[in-house]
Design a protein around this ligand. Structure first.
Ligand code: CP
Ligand code: NVA
Length: 308
């Protein structure tokens, strides 16, 4: 049995297998062919943080695969009143077939996985957002950016940045990360990614100058400056991120046909300008839709590993 906790846990081949499955199932879905790969299965979906895309895509995804999703907000289950994660895992995993969790510390997710009898999927933690990166890679393929892409991540060294590091390190492409001083990625995750990059041939660089990062790149991406749980730091963060808004001036340094990705929700006038956002809306909302397809690929792949 395999869990999906970070991209670190997978080989390049495995990541590409999941992407291939996602593309196949997306094509079937587009023809309204709903193959019941996960017939009668239940996906427990535990949310300790808000969500629009993750909830709707997982719930719709499992339904279209022949199963059912159970939305479990921590406000409504005993976890929110102090029942330990390990007990929650031992109860829920005896009743459902797969679990998706959105929580704070990565350790909480790992604790659940340790005690779970069924595969566990990371639906976002403070440190990683791997299902989003599978989605972003699927979107890059669809927009013709998978061949030796140069990707620039501009903004906070957060869960999205960490998952970009892992994707680039595993797949072997060039990633340039521009963060303001004091908002760099986690040093352990950087070192880990650099080690993996040595084997894959990925080039990963860090700087404090967004213009330098986006120069002649194929993909520009960013994320909110204030992640869930950081609301109290909002004012100081907005000051620290001055000059980091992705706008047309910044995009003019990228390749002419560069695409812009955003995991959403987007805060216009902060990490991205209204103009740049709307100019790239087709890519951004295809990316949002691809959450549905990428996660079907992940769920079906995890199911096949369980039966081996
Ligand atoms: N991108 C993303 O995970 O969106 P939600 O927070 O709406 O799930
Ligand atoms: N970095 C953001 C991503 C939201 C999908 C957060 O953690 O809130």
């Amino acid at each position: 049995m395999r869990h999906f906790l970070t991209l670190r846990d997978f080989t390049k081949e495995e990541i590409l297998e999941m992407i291939t499955l996602a593309r196949k199932i997306k094509a079937q879905t587009k023809e309204r062919k709903f193959v019941p790969y996960l017939e009668k299965q239940t996906l427990g979906m535990i949310f300790e943080k808000s969500s629009t895309r993750t909830r709707v895509s997982f719930e719709t995804g499992i339904y279209q695969l022949g199963g059912v999703g159970l939305f479990l907000s921590s406000n409504d289950i005993q976890l929110g009143r102090g029942e330990p994660m390990k007990d929650t895992a031992r109860v829920i995993s005896r009743m459902v077939d797969m679990v998706m969790i959105r929580t704070f510390e990565q350790e909480k997710l790992e604790e659940f996985a340790k005690y779970s009898k069924v595969p566990v999927i990371n639906g976002l933690t403070d440190s990683h957002h791997p299902v989003q990166l599978m989605t972003d890679y699927l979107t890059m393929i669809e927009f013709g950016k998978e061949k030796n892409p140069v990707v620039a991540y501009v903004g906070d060294g957060n869960n999205m940045a960490h998952s970009w590091l892992m994707l680039a390190a595993k797949l072997g492409f060039e990633l340039r990360v521009a963060t303001p001083l004091g908002y760099e990625c986690d040093i352990d995750i950087i070192l880990d990614a650099m080690q993996i990059a040595k084997e894959s041939g990925a080039t990963i660089t860090f700087c404090n100058n967004p213009i330098e990062a986006v120069k002649e790149c194929d993909v520009v991406t960013t994320d909110t400056w204030v992640s869930m749980g950081q609301e109290e730091e909002k004012e100081e963060r907005i000051k620290a991120f001055e000059g980091y808004m992705v706008d047309e001036k910044m995009m003019s340094h990228a390749k002419e046909d560069a695409i812009f990705l955003h995991c959403l929700p987007a805060y216009r006038g902060y990490e991205v300008s209204e103009e740049t956002f709307e100019k790239h809306a087709e890519v951004i909302f295809t990316e949002a839709e691809n959450r549905l397809h990428a996660q079907k690929g992940i769920m079906v792949w995890l199911d096949t590993k369980r039966h081996l």
